[in-house]
Write a new protein. Sequence first.
Length: 113
Amino acid sequence: MTQKARGFNTVLYWKDHSCKMLKAHGKSKTYKFYNYTSGHIHHCTLRNLEYDTKYYYMGGVGQTERKFWFFTPPKPGADVPYTFGFIGFQDTITNKTERVGNVRTRFRRSEEP
C-alpha cells in the first residue's frame, strides 16, 4: 500500500538463488468508508509458481523499491498439512512488530485442542 502516490503496477519476482526475473502486472485502487479514504492498495497475481519454493518480489521499481519474500506451499497430498496466513498492515500502524506478535499468539491459542 502507498499512502498518496498511485505507485506501481509492475512487480518483479524471482526464485531464490535465481538470476531470472519475471514480471507481473497488477493494479492499484482506493476505497472509501464514511469519511475515511484508504491509501492506494496494490493487487497483483503471480502465476505458475513452483511448490515448496522461496520467491522474492519487488514493487516500486524505479521509484521507491521495496523487496519482500514468501514461500509457496508444499505439493498437495493426502498427508500434507499446511496452514497459510497473510497479514498486511497499512503504513498508518506504528508498531507492526508488536501487532504481528499478538496475531501469532492468538493463532497458536486457536490451534490448541
